[in-house]
Design a protein around this ligand. Structure first.
Ligand code: FAD
Length: 485
């Protein structure tokens, strides 16, 4: 990325003291040893600096922080669980980090309206557990669910493994409470499914990656808890066959098909090799795999799953399949899928793409991207996996095995990130796809955005930014880069 962000002017001791007095000494962090965890992320790809981390405990405190930030022209980076993959949650250098993790209360669960009103810092897994305790389902599910937060999920409009049936985070939120850059509080915590009283303000903040306002709470949709969940791990020959199996599954299971994950052989291999206690559920080896799940309010999910697989065998699409016999087997199947991301780390540098194309174009995308990557970087190892049912593939490319363990080899490989991305994005755009299906733009893709987004859409986005954050203090340099004069 060529963008060099302007460093904000250093905060004066007086300004730091004023911020500190809003949250109290205990929740204002200036010791750089403690600040470190907030200015780096797990993969060490996006590392910045910050003179101050604030950990507010209430919406009123967030409002006071934003008001003071406006007065003092202080740049703020909102942060939830710090699991984002595009560097939206870490500062470039000198911004104040606003960690929302302390705001983690469930304010209300309303089982008649099927809603949960939760604060932004609530960890996704706890939200799922609280819904389950009320005999309901909060279906959003990601590999990072033990750490990511509701505020981060909404700000990045997270997708995950259940989007096929329940939609992305945007579709799970009925209302939002948002603190604006100047400290005003937008109270939009509606429980209404139907409310046509003007513009849809909620959706402007969802997916805005903290550049338009700070989400402090949300009213989330809850769903009936399924009575039966059935999971299968399937071996097949090609993404084309996986697409055919998706068609069969959709026609037999309809809305009960909740997940349909495509996984390349190399990804299963990485997960088994590096994940602790991970086993391939199938005894035979296959070029491609599908992890699929059905959920039903009745007890018919098993029979439907068996019937889908039977048709798949008969049509020569499915080569082998294992159905989870109990919850621990089901968890083991999912663990294999979730370990794919961490398992890429010991395999050297990884150039990651989170793309989407029309579902029918996924097989052609994988074939063309593989050919393009082989040309630009011979020996690099594509590791495609992801949410086939949503046309969303994590098209990651691992360093060639010959240079593994070699520090310079890793650095040389990562230095060519944009050469590889350019050829992958060329295929994506030609197929009518998106360069960011679910992870967002953040720092990573901010420079790419103007080249791929409709120019009028870019103008409107800049217009919203100018209206809601005229001083550019909310997450500056993320999503939208300054326009050159
Ligand atoms: P953070 O990383 O802290 O922040 C993300 C963005 O939101 C930043 O721009 C930040 O400034 C902004 N933000 C955070 N909180 C607020 C707030 N309260 N108000 C305003 N802005 C805010 N993502 C998917 O979509 N699907 C997946 O399947 C998926 N799987 C993952 C698996 C792993 C192992 C990992 C590490 C990540 C995965 N992710 C996935 C990416 C990431 O977990 C999600 O983007 C998640 O929603 C981020 O939540 P967070 O609380 O960690 O947010």
């Amino acid at each position: 990325m060529n963008f060099v962000p302007p460093k904000p002017a250093p905060l004066s001791p007086d300004t730091i003291a004023r911020f500190r007095s809003i949250v109290g000494d205990k929740y204002a962090i200036t010791d750089q040893a403690d600040v470190h965890a907030y200015v780096t992320e797990d993969r060490n790809l996006f590392t910045g600096t910050s003179p101050l981390v604030l950990r507010p405990g209430s919406t009123a405190e967030v409002a006071a922080i934003c008001k003071l930030a406006t007065e003092t022209r202080t740049a703020i980076v909102p942060q939830g669980g710090n699991t984002g993959l595009v560097g939206g949650q870490t500062p470039y250098g000198g911004e104040v980090v606003l960690s929302m993790r302390r705001m983690d209360k469930v304010r209300e669960i309303d089982t008649s309206s099927n809603t949960m009103t939760a604060e932004a810092g609530l960890v996704l897994q706890i939200a799922q557990q609280r819904a389950a305790e009320a005999d309901r389902l909060f279906p959003l599910s990601l590999g990072s669910e033990g750490s990511c937060t509701i505020g981060g999920n909404l700000s990045s409009n997270a997708g995950g493994t259940t989007a096929l049936a329940y939609g992305v985070a945007r579709e799970m939120a009925l209302g939002l409470e948002v603190v604006l850059a100047d400290g005003r509080i937008l109270n939009g915590l509606s429980k209404l499914k139907k409310d046509n009283t003007g513009y849809d303000l909620r959706n402007i903040f969802i997916g805005a990656e903290g550049t338009l306002g700070i989400i402090t709470a949300a009213t989330l949709k809850l769903f009936p808890k399924p009575r039966a969940v059935e999971t299968a791990f399937v071996g097949l020959k090609s993404p084309e066959d996986a697409l055919k199996l998706l068609g069969i599954s959709r026609s037999q299971a309809g809305g009960n098909l909740t997940s349909f994950e495509l996984i390349a052989h190399i990804a299963v291999d990485f997960s088994v090799r590096h994940g602790i206690g991970i086993r391939d559920p199938l005894t035979s080896k296959h070029d491609w795999y599908v992890l699929m799940e059905l959920s039903s309010g009745r007890d018919d999910a098993r029979a439907t799953l068996e019937s889908i697989l039977e048709q798949g065998f008969e049509e020569g699409i499915v080569d082998d399949a294992a159905i989870a016999e109990n919850i621990s087997q089901r968890q083991a199947f999912w663990k294999l899928r979730e370990e794919i991301s961490p398992a890429q780390k010991p395999e050297g540098g990884s150039i990651k793409h989170d793309i989407s194309v029309p579902v029918a174009a996924v097989p052609a995308f994988i074939a063309e991207a593989n050919a393009a990557v082989a040309k630009v970087m011979p020996g690099a190892r594509p590791v495609p996996f992801g949410h086939l049912g949503d046309g969303n593939i994590h098209y990651n490319v691992s360093q060639p095995s010959e240079t593994l363990g070699d520090k310079a080899g890793r650095e040389n490989f990562l230095a060519r990130w944009h050469d590889v991305s350019d050829v992958v994005f060329e295929v994506v755009l030609r197929m009518g796809g998106s360069i960011s299906a679910e992870h967002g733009i953040g720092q990573l893709k901010a420079a790419d955005l103007p080249g791929v987004k409709d120019p009028v859409a870019m103008e409107l986005m800049r217009g919203f930014k100018a209206m809601l954050d005229p001083l550019n203090i909310l997450n500056p340099g993320k999503v939208l880069l300054p326009v050159k004069p």
